[in-house]
Write a protein that binds this ligand. Structure first.
Ligand code: ADP
Ligand code: MG
Length: 480
């Protein structure tokens, strides 16, 4: 397969659905929190009762604009909603309200690891409900499916990329950065496993050097970044095989099965005209004033790329900066620590070292521990002031996470502070000298390397807490 790969160029475009984190649905007042009793979040609007009217949730529009701006999109002054006709048991109205020819965001792009990926559009729409099929949820052996409409009407933003990606790795990088962005701007959990972010991958191949794209297959049901990459790799090989055997790739929707690691045909892919789109008569076109857009732009938080660059300007490596940005909880905590003026270098060593390891081990988020940014900052200042050594810091950070105790208080209680007081160190040095008259004789007789022995004795006496440089200097002075 590898040499055949060299003959073809791969073309990939992604359609990503992000579930917007609003309190209520896009056109109805029901809540859209996950995990409630089936069909408990279903007003007559969600149930598609005759005569009900949709009312647009303004927060959905705010989040749509914010995401568009983060993706360098234009926000046209006018957008509108359209009906897309489907029949599914979990879509009681018989149509989905979406946006067709006038979406909320157009013409954007995302720069990912040095490559610019165009974003054609992003549009708002409502999600469908869920079917619980026989066999699932204790229905084994039964011959029916159940409908749960809690998810019906949950707001989605569908972000459609240009067919600009040329490898599964580029697709994964794009998807990961998109996930970072929606999480940092607070519009979506970005959880692929739970389905709050879903991705359809459109894939085609063409002979190298060709200008004309091949026919695409659309792959659904990829639930993780690694599954996305595996599904694309599988699909590329499948299409090459077809073409090499003289066949033609058909336009269709295929499902990825991550257990058997293959895609299966699900259905022929509809063209837009099959959906019989028409303007939604129950909703007015939406005017978005420039003031509204500016108001949202002014609230834009720092985006992942800017965060990485700022961390690198503080001396972090590109790798460290990326790793910390990927873990939003840690990055936001790090930012709070930095606000206190603490050393970025020492802070990042703790966060990426002991702290990250502990969180992973205990399966916790940093906010679920008792460590506060102020307490970590205090610990760092104790190290910078030479009150304690870095090693002592590493010993007590776990306790700080568990108990929320301040570093200074632990240090005082356990007597861990470094002894830098000259008088105190001198006293201990004198004690060591007095206790070892033979070594003193030898030292004075020219065996100066015995200095190490004396310093070692002092460190032993102080359990490693004496400032080593001060001990050295004072010991030399006493021995003359
Ligand atoms: P549909 O809803 O019918 O799938 P969209 O326009 O919403 O159509 O999405 C099409 C997606 O497919 C876009 O992400 C686009 O970049 C991608 N795409 C279009 N043509 C190709 C192609 N030949 N190969 C790979 N991807 C393609
Ligand atoms: Mg599609």
């Amino acid at each position: 397969m590898e040499d055949l790969r060299d003959k073809y160029e791969v073309v990939i475009g992604l359609e990503v659905h992000a579930q917007l984190k609003t309190k209520s649905k896009i056109f109805a007042p029901d809540g859209c929190e996950f995990g409630h009793e089936p069909n408990s979040q279903t007003s007559p609007i969600t149930l598609g009762m005759p005569g009900v009217l949709p009312v647009l949730n303004k927060e959905v529009v705010n989040m749509g604009i914010l995401t568009g701006l983060a993706l360098n999109c234009e926000i046209p002054e006018r957008c509108k909603f359209d009906r897309k006709q489907y029949f599914y048991p979990d879509l009681p109205k018989g149509y989905q309200i979406s946006q067709y020819d006038e979406p909320i965001c157009i013409n954007g792009y995302l720069d990912v690891k040095g490559k610019r990926i165009g974003i054609t559009r992003a549009h708002l729409e409502e999600d469908a409900g869920k079917l619980v099929h026989a066999g699932a949820d204790g229905l084994a052996g039964s011959s029916y499916s159940l409908v749960d409409l809690n998810r019906a009407g949950t707001p989605l933003l569908e972000i459609v990329s240009e067919p600009d990606m040329r490898s599964s790795e580029e697709a994964r990088n794009y998807m990961e950065e998109l996930r970072n962005i929606v999480r940092y701007i607070g519009v979506c959990d970005g959880n692929l496993e739970e389905g709050s972010m879903r991705c359809d991958a459109n894939i085609s191949i063409m002979p190298k050097g060709s200008k004309e794209f091949g026919t695409r297959a659309e792959i659904k049901n990829v639930n993780s970044f690694s599954a996305l990459q595996r599904a694309i790799e599988y699909e590329i090989d499948r299409q090459i095989e077809i073409v090499e055997e003289g066949g033609q790739v058909v336009q269709e929707t295929r499902l990825w099965d991550d257990n058997s690691r293959e895609t299966r045909s699900m259905r022929g892919k509809e063209d837009a005209h099959d959906y019989r789109y028409f303007p939604e008569p129950d909703l007015m076109p939406l005017k978005i004033s420039r003031e509204w857009v500016k108001e949202i732009q002014d609230k834009m938080p720092e985006l992942p790329q800017a965060k990485r660059e700022r961390y690198m300007s503080l001396g972090l490596s590109e790798y460290d900066a990326s790793v910390i940005v990927e873990q939003m909880g840690l990055a936001l905590f790090f930012d709070e620590v930095l606000k206190t003026g603490a050393s970025a270098k020492i802070a990042v060593n703790f966060i990426m070292g002991e702290i990250a390891a502990y969180l992973k081990e205990e399966k916790l988020e940093i906010t679920e521990t008792k460590l506060t940014p102020e307490n970590l900052a205090e610990l760092i200042s104790l190290i910078e002031k030479n009150t304690i050594s870095n090693n002592i810091g590493k010993q007590i950070i776990i306790d700080m996470m568990k108990d929320g105790e301040r570093a200074s208080s632990i240090v005082e209680k356990r007597g861990l502070s470094q002894i830098s007081d000259e008088g105190a160190i001198k006293e201990i040095c004198q004690k060591v000298v007095d206790a070892n008259p033979e070594q003193v004789e030898k030292y004075k007789g020219g065996k100066v390397q015995l200095l190490g022995f004396f310093v070692g004795q002092v460190m032993k006496e102080t359990k490693g807490r004496a400032n080593p440089k001060a001990v050295n200097d004072l010991m030399k002075e006493i021995l003359g």
